[in-house]
Design a protein around this ligand. Structure first.
Ligand code: GLN
Length: 381
């Protein structure tokens, strides 16, 4: 490990080009690894927390455009990653830090991206690119640098042959292969079985801090495997891909048994589908750490972290009858009225579309982990 925090944004980095599937191109310099990459172009409005974004498994197969103009200022540390590696398939920034500076910094972001083989591009007018994605919607993209650069028509053809996000089944590609346990901090109060569909590291930690022992299970775990640890509750994690592709057998099995259930993001979408609601692709999604959400059970507004491109299609104005009892939309995004949470009225089951684990992000929604613990304790009593 190098302890140098000097910047290494190479003044001589090769030319790079970003090609969107609708034919628009942006030119810049290679940032991180030199080569080529493909994915879905999405933008994140977070001004801090780039390490948490890069290592969130939900970003698998997405090329993330940062709207904050300066990226990499605090370098890369060993404490903030949300998983063992960077998952974004590409990274787009305007003006990378030349000299990262922070007491925790170990390396520059440029070096880290290169070491992990992540192709990026800098020097892009990310404002223009973001406005384009807002108007036209998230779409496929390719980044090409060094020897991968060719004429625009050839590159465009390759972008158009890359797989789409709609219909992508990706959880098993990012989830743990082996089950593991995150022990409770202090006295153990409860046990949770957490289905890893692309879980962020902070999520089991937030539960552990509340005296919960978390058994993290592979995405492919069966219902018997979920119940093998004798859980007080079941957790459905965030994750990449299209929720319409997910197998709902375990979720439905948990709902039938009436076990307390909490889901985040992909987990909210799976719960929604198990209840009989549809999911659909948003035009350009919500990504960032400054999204206003209202908790309709208390009326309170919270500022929250988001990363979702799909959403649940459930009525905002009435209670719905589902195979598992009455359900309602518990949280809503104040920017666009997108469903941000669901809850059952007759069973200890709820979920949110955003990220109460707050890594990185505001901590307004931490109460949801307390709510989960209270539901499990009430069920036990
Ligand atoms: N963070 C997540 O869990 C994302 C869920 C899903 N892949 C989406 O884009 O909506």
């Amino acid at each position: 490990m190098t302890t140098s925090t000097r910047g290494s944004t190479r003044p001589t980095a090769p030319d790079a080009v970003l090609v969107l599937e609708d034919g628009r191109t942006f030119r810049g310099r290679a940032y991180g690894a030199v080569g080529e990459t493909f994915g879905e172009a999405v933008f994140s409005t977070g001004m801090t927390g780039y390490q948490e974004t890069l290592t969130d498994p939900s970003y698998h197969r997405q090329v993330v455009v940062m709207t904050a103009p300066h990226v990499g200022n605090t370098g890369v540390n060993d404490e903030d990653p949300e998983s063992k590696r960077i998952w974004v398939s590409g990274y787009v920034v305007r003006d990378p830090a030349r000299t990262p500076s922070n007491w925790r910094s170990r390396r520059s972001l440029d070096d880290e991206l290169a070491a992990q083989g992540v192709v990026g591009i800098s020097g892009v007018d990310t404002r223009a690119l973001t406005r384009h994605l807002r108007e036209r919607g998230a779409m496929r993209v390719g980044i090409f640098s060094g020897e991968a650069v060719a004429d625009d028509a050839t590159l465009l053809d390759r972008v158009r042959r890359a797989p789409e996000m709609t219909g992508a089944d990706l959880s098993a590609e990012v989830a743990t292969e082996e089950a593991y346990v995150v022990p409770a901090v202090g006295t153990k109060r409860l046990t949770v079985a957490a289905l890893d569909l692309g879980i962020k590291g902070m999520t089991p930690r937030r539960m552990a801090e509340r005296g919960i022992e978390v058994h993290v299970l592979p995405a492919t775990a069966t219902l018997d495997e979920v119940y093998a640890c004798g859980p007080d509750g079941v957790f459905l994690s965030n994750g990449p891909g299209d929720p319409a592709t997910a197998d709902l057998t375990v979720v439905k099995g948990v709902l039938e048994r009436g076990t307390p259930l909490f889901g985040i993001c992909f987990g909210n979408q799976l719960l929604g589908r198990a209840l009989g609601f549809g999911t659909y692709k948003l035009k350009y999604g919500h990504r960032g750490i400054n999204q206003p959400v209202q908790d309709r059970t208390t009326g309170k507004v919270e500022v929250t972290a988001h990363n979702h491109g799909f959403a649940v299609d459930a009525p905002l104005d009435r209670v719905s009858d589902t195979p598992y009892g009455r359900a309602e939309v518990s949280h809503v995004c104040l920017n666009d009225d997108v469903v941000e949470g669901l809850r059952l009225l007759d069973r200890p089951v709820f979920s949110v579309q955003y990220h109460p684990e707050a890594a990185a992000g505001p901590h307004d929604a931490a109460y949801l982990f307390d709510r989960f613990a209270e539901l499990m304790e009430a069920q036990r009593a």
